[in-house]
Ligand binder design. Sequence first.
Ligand code: ZN
Length: 487
Amino acid sequence: MKRLATILLSGVILLAIVLVYRAETHFKDQVLEAAPDKDAVSIDIDGASQRLSQAISYPTISYDDPTKLDAAAFEGLRAHMRASYPLVYAAAPPRLVNEHSLLFRFPGTRSDLKPALFMGHVDVVPVDQATEDQWRYPPFDGAIEEGVIWGRGAMDDKVTVFALLEAMESLLASGLQLERSVYFAFGHDEEIGGPRGAAAMAELLASEGVEFEFVLDEGGVITQGVLSDIDGPVAVVGVAEKGFVNLRLTVNAAGGHSSQPPDHTAAGILSQAIVALESQPFSSDLSHIKMPLDSVGSQTGFVTRLLMANLWLFEPIVARVMAQKPSTAASMRSTIAATMLEGSSKSNILPTRATAVVNVRIMPGDSVASVKAHFIDAINDPRVEVTTFMENEPSVVSPTDSLGYRLIAQNIRAMDESVLVAPYLVIGGTDSKHFYSLSPNIYRFIMVRASAQELKRIHGVNEQLPVNDYGNAIEFFMNLLEDTAKG
Ligand SMILES: [Zn+2]
């Protein structure tokens, strides 16, 4: 008996030693090459802010119904761009794709270098009428007040488009010679999936045989207090993006009067299918939650390191805790959201057809086909027909040892060495999803700082961009474009 206790005790001590050892050694300190010293750049921040402010004043709204598109607003914005950035337009007269998207090519001298692509979008989401009076300054005035540029699109995504144009205009003015060609692609319908903008531009470039060394689109930002328990600022750079698919569930049944119903109407059968789906979620995969920690894990607290360095033991517990919060659950598995339901048109008529739409955000590793197979399996009822529409496969995971990632990470840190850089999985969608076949190295990042609270203003009320951040975004792009063009 005593021997057994001794063996057990030694086992527990040994296990504790292994766990603590792994917690202390598993995550390496981030090693980043120092960015080459940059000359301080001078930016006309007042002029640049005025130009962004004017850009916000054009209500370039994307509606679900594309016939509502306000062509004059998009034309006005383009005229403003042309007038503001003469050197850009002289060096790279843009091609118009489907009337409102813009594709610039700044030719480099070396054809042996693959070009780089910088993306952004000029469209914005509408302003919810119910919240209009909560805006501190009207959403399409572009007010510059309190050191902040206010308005719809300030963060999403006119900051990217205009910071890129400002940066390139300045570089051209100072005589930039490109060795590597650089493209800008500014879509006009990102907020509705980019079918006529980014998708068409990607198709055009693919037909011309263009392949990119790397692509940079909107996505991550510099956050604080968001990633695990790290106190300092962390720049999260999207290296992967979830996919998207809608599944329509259809149940057909004999109709009739509701006074003599069968045990299960079409609506009842459909409801059971939805309950079956919700009770059988997709399996979880913690690799994307762990991914940023492989870069910055050594900066997290002991408990986080203990758990995340020992997932071989703690994975079930960690997965269960993460599954309880929608925000973390979304980073570890494909999510299921039943959204639109339809039955009969009258209270006393049995439905001959009941339908539901279920929106799924697909994890890298799953696919549209595997999602559909999971649905059929989980529902397990031949009376429920499952079809898919509006679909985008998830991305592959782009590497962090590519030229593109290195240049992005270096130039983030060149501006502020206290900022750590970490790769992460983008939960929402960006226009870069249309470019998977044009480059294996796709990254998603905007050089702005935003807390979790501030990120809610994107698509919400009081969207805003501090003038200071705008200056940083322009400087970041100047450095990054210069390094990229050097080859
Ligand atoms: Zn956006």
